[in-house]
Design a protein around this ligand. Structure first.
Ligand code: PMP
Length: 427
């Protein structure tokens, strides 16, 4: 199978070989690697991408959620082109920055004030540092399998030497008791600066957080004087485009929220914001204010693209429609994989395919799918590529607004045919 893949994608292979001369393993984003070598895309429009080898793929990955608008969306392209024509990098404030900030604040009522960054990773770095300074405490509670950027990666029995060196307490996702137990230990009870949580675990398998769990975290954080940080970098598009927090009652809202991905219109983007009393620490009019810099924080391309998207495209109604489309796709995938090892988790337009014996309703944390069959996952990934469907190697799917009903039918058929062809191993 690898040989046929190599023969059919010779130009991608040449690009990969060239890249290995300069980049470790030919790669500068670990998540994009797969055997025998990753395909290179040359161009894209709407829901379709064309590889350098001239093959067409329907894009079900949607740039890990940043590609919400679909490829070359005309309104976004126009905003970027207009901004480009006026010039780049002024080293000054600009009008789109103020407008994008207002649009974000309007969407997320828990955010009184906010700051832009260049990535979701940076947004989380800033939010956590801010929480420690604000509370004058030092411990940061996170969840096993949680992902908050390349410098935060938490798994049971594993901690990356590349992680930002905070004092972490690692709790179990969807388990408030595990949180209370950790926090109530004498050495932690008065030293908890922040709880950081993805309202749906994203990178580790699209596993939704129960709303009662999220509300429970709010109570623990308040009880111990800690800052509750929702990492909605991935989940901000869900429901009516107001994130998971948009579904939660007032008393369960976070103190700080981090955002990224699609909100920059597909350009490099990150954002953190929340309660006025916390964010005001950055107000440069005050003596002793915290400094937060970043050459490209307010770059005119991101500001213009992000503003156009929020203002003109991703209205709450469009968001609601996309959410429903995702719910329908997940149900159809579950129906065609009934009785097999293939399980589909997720929420709205974000989902993940898993090969595991755990029933889908019992998947509550990444550990519940660990030990699942990664070889079958790799096989499905290559099978879908050969059928012209682009998903993440780990089975992650993020629908864009450009995905059509026809794209969805084709994708469901492809998954069905995979199960049919591999019955002996997936049933
Ligand atoms: N938080 C979450 C929940 C994410 O999914 C990601 C990226 N996948 C990040 C943070 C980091 O964002 P970025 O890649 O823009 O640094």
């Amino acid at each position: 199978a690898f040989e046929a893949f190599a023969d059919g994608n010779a130009k991608s292979k040449a690009i990969y070989d060239r890249a290995t001369e300069s980049l470790p393993g030919g790669n500068t984003r670990t998540v994009l690697f797969y055997e025998p070598f990753p395909i290179s895309i040359a161009s894209a429009r709407g829901s379709k991408m064309t590889s350098v080898d001239g093959k067409e793929y329907v894009d079900f990955l949607g740039e890990y959620t940043a590609g919400l608008y679909g490829h070359s969306e005309p309104v976004i392209l126009e905003a970027i082109t207009q901004a480009l024509s006026r010039g780049l990098s002024f080293g000054s404030h600009n009008a789109d920055e103020a407008e994008l900030a207002a649009l974000v604040r309007e969407r997320f009522p828990s955010i009184d004030l906010l700051r832009f960054t260049n990535s979701g990773t940076e947004a989380n770095l800033m939010a956590i540092a801010l929480a420690k300074i604000f509370t004058k405490k030092s411990k940061v509670l996170v969840f096993s399998g949680g992902y908050h950027g390349g410098v935060f990666l938490f798994k049971e029995g594993y901690s990356s030497p590349l992680n930002a060196p905070h004092e972490y307490l690692i709790a179990k996702y969807n388990d408030v008791e595990s949180v209370e137990e950790l926090v109530s230990k004498a050495e932690n009870a008065n030293d908890l600066a922040a709880i950081v949580v993805e309202p749906m675990i994203g990178s580790s398998g699209a596993i939704p957080g129960d709303h009662a769990f999220l509300a429970g975290l709010r109570q623990v954080a308040s009880k111990h004087g800690a800052v509750l940080i929702f990492d909605e970098v991935m989940t901000s598009r869900l429901y009516r485009g107001r994130g998971v927090q948009g579904e939660l009652p007032d008393e369960a809202q976070p103190d700080l929220t981090t955002l990224g991905k699609w909100i920059g219109g597909g350009m490099s983007f990150g954002c953190f914001g929340g309660k006025r009393e916390i964010m005001e620490l950055f107000d440069p009019r005050n003596p002793g204010a915290l400094a937060h810099a970043g050459t490209f924080n307010n770059n005119v391309l991101t500001m213009a693209a992000g503003r156009a998207g929020l203002e003109k495209i991703f209205t709450p109604d469009r968001a609601g429609e996309l959410h429903e489309k995702g719910e329908q796709l997940r149900k159809r995938l579950q129906a065609v994989s009934e009785g097999s090892l293939l399980k589909v988790t997720g929420c709205g337009s974000l989902m993940n395919l898993h090969f595991t014996t755990t029933p889908v309703d019992a998947i509550k944390r990444p550990q519940d799918v660990v030990g699942g069959n990664t070889m079958l996952g790799d096989l499905l990934h290559l099978f879908l590529l050969e059928k012209g469907y682009y998903v993440a190697r780990r089975g992650f799917i993020a629908l864009s607004l450009a995905i059509s009903d026809q794209d969805i039918h084709g994708f469901v058929d492809a998954v069905k045919s995979f199960i049919h062809h591999h019955q002996s191993v997936v049933m």
